[in-house]
Design a protein around this ligand. Structure first.
Ligand code: GLN
Length: 529
């Protein structure tokens, strides 16, 4: 039987309960347990695949090809484990499964209800998260705030989980806000008291509270909260603002978060967690004394979360180089040939991220041309690579009508529908060409990276590209797909059909982002010399 840790939030959203959940994951893994994580989201969309990045931020793709909530990206980066399609559960997904079952007559004529049918489906998914990964511990974050109508079925299911799975196999953590009222000069515990009361009224007595605040909270407040919530003061932890996000996990460890949980699980004889690498990372980040400026050109730049994995990947690589990353956000729809150099003159490197649809592509093409001609390190990801192919064909090969089949009325598709896959999602193999820059970067002849696209490079253009210096250096032999383009006679102009940003981790920066930043550093040095 796997152990389950449920993390709910109270008072307000954006409390960082995901960071609390992930930190617990890191600590329990470091104690030798196999950990997986799961997110419950109250929205009715079956998955975030069709949601606008401006609404919901990035869609995170798992190794097994599920389009999931961006929180899974944070989990994977923290706990350094690949999650699965069972890790992302929305209300829509749960209801769809139940309604599909009902239509197939699987409920033998019974009246289908929230309890037990919806809650049973949620519990089935709780179990699948564990069986699918063979995890000892499943950490489940319940999206939204306790008191929202929307998350009630999830809360009811986790309440039942204690009854079904056993007291010693379930642990409830409630993260709440303890605000500081400046005018009164006081910390306020009442919202926390009310939030716990609300949770109790749903039948859930938390085993631990994590209090979020701007400053450390004094014992008298902890004691007061203890009195009102029936929790011993030792089980009331705090998470106050830290300079570096990874310090939160060190701080929670100092408060024995893992010891308390493992004691409850009757697993208290495990080795201590070694967090030396995280301590070193925090020190390294604090010591960062260099800076690089990277421009990201996209259609969704008004919501930075739309590119969160790319931002994180740049940061990870930066940590290793003691370098902080400054980002220039360029709205591709506002770029013209008159203002492009103004937008990009301060950039040490350029990234053209993934995207969909024709709108805004002109600006991205201009940015690719700028990076190519001015010898600025340029990385195109997915749609970015497809546009790099179009830019090269138009401006270097002089084939002005090339386009993508994704665009309307495309008669000369250099980017075409892939005949093998409707939507290529998840991990695939890419073979890297001997002697290429990309092969040197990975130092491997074969890599596995995650994909998310419907269209691909048309291999009929391969010879012409290579004769003119744009080399095809990554290739999926099995399904004959072009995965990497790189330009000769340019310091760093590499484009990939896959999404390297999904697999970078703070303690294991991705080689492609590292190499990209190294090239940006050289570019910056050249400029300042
Ligand atoms: N729109 C492109 C395709 O579907 C690229 C997708 C992406 O960038 N993720 O092929």
């Amino acid at each position: 039987m796997a152990k389950y840790i449920f993390v709910t939030g109270g008072v307000v959203s954006s409390l960082g309960k995901g960071i609390v959940a992930s930190s617990i994951g890191v600590l329990l893994k470091a104690r030798g347990l196999k950990v997986t994580m799961q997110k419950f989201d109250p929205y009715i969309n079956v998955d975030p695949g069709l949601m606008s990045p401006l609404q919901h931020g990035e869609v995170f793709v798992t190794k097994d090809g599920a389009e999931t909530d961006l929180d899974l990206g944070h989990y994977e980066r923290f706990i350094d484990e690949n999650l699965t399609r069972y890790s992302s559960v929305s209300s829509g997904r749960v209801y769809k499964a139940v309604i599909d079952n009902e239509r197939k007559g699987k409920y033998a004529g019974k009246t289908v209800q929230v309890i037990p049918h919806i809650t049973d489906e949620i519990k089935r998914l709780l179990k699948r998260a564990a069986t699918n990964t063979k995890a000892d511990v499943v950490i489940v974050e319940i999206g939204g705030t306790v008191g929202d109508m929307e998350s009630l079925p999830f809360l009811e299911a986790i309440r039942q989980a204690r009854r079904d799975f056993g007291h010693e196999n379930t642990f409830y953590i409630h993260a709440t806000l303890v605000p500081y009222l400046k005018a009164a000069g006081e910390l306020k515990t009442k919202p926390t008291q009310h939030s716990v009361k609300e949770l109790k009224s749903l039948g859930i007595q938390p085993d631990m509270l994590v209090l979020r605040s701007e400053e450390p909270i004094e014992q008298e407040h902890i004691d007061k909260i203890s009195l009102f919530t029936d929790l011993p003061p030792e089980s009331i932890l705090q998470s106050y603002d830290m300079k570096v996000v990874y310090e939160i996990l060190l701080n929670l460890q100092q408060q024995h978060i893992d010891d308390i949980i493992l004691k409850h699980f009757e697993l208290d004889n495990l080795k201590k967690a070694n967090v030396k690498q995280w301590q070193q990372l925090v020190e390294q980040i604090k010591k960062s004394d260099k800076k690089l400026t990277i421009a990201i050109i996209g259609k969704y730049v008004s919501l930075h979360d739309a590119y969160i994995s790319i931002i994180e990947s740049l940061r990870h690589a930066g940590f290793k180089m003691s370098t902080l990353i400054d980002l220039i956000w360029v709205d591709s729809e506002k770029v013209t040939d008159l203002n492009i150099s103004k937008h990009l003159e301060g950039a040490d490197g350029i990234i053209i991220p993934g995207g969909f649809g024709h709108r805004g592509t002109e600006g991205k093409l201009l940015a690719l041309e700028y990076g190519r001609k001015n010898l600025i390190p340029t990385l195109g990801i997915c749609f970015g690579m497809q546009l790099a192919a179009i830019e090269f064909a138009q401006n270097v090969l002089g084939i002005s009508d090339v386009c993508s089949e994704e665009f309307e009325n495309c008669h000369n598709p250099i980017i075409q529908k892939n005949s093998n896959h409707k939507f290529k999602l998840g991990e695939y193999t890419t073979n890297l060409k001997e002697g290429s820059k990309i092969r040197e970067i990975y130092n491997q002849s074969q890599i596995r990276e995650r994909h998310r696209h419907r269209f691909e490079f048309n291999p009929e253009f391969s010879d012409l590209f290579e004769q003119n210096g744009m080399m095809i250096t990554g290739y999926n032999r099995q399904i004959k797909a072009v995965d990497v383009l790189e330009l000769e006679n340019h310091p760093w102009y590499i484009h990939v059909q896959y999404h390297p940003e999904y697999i970078s981790r703070p303690l294991k920066p991705h080689p492609l982002f590292l190499s990209f930043l190294e090239a940006c550093k050289n570019n910056k040095n050249l400029k300042t010399d």
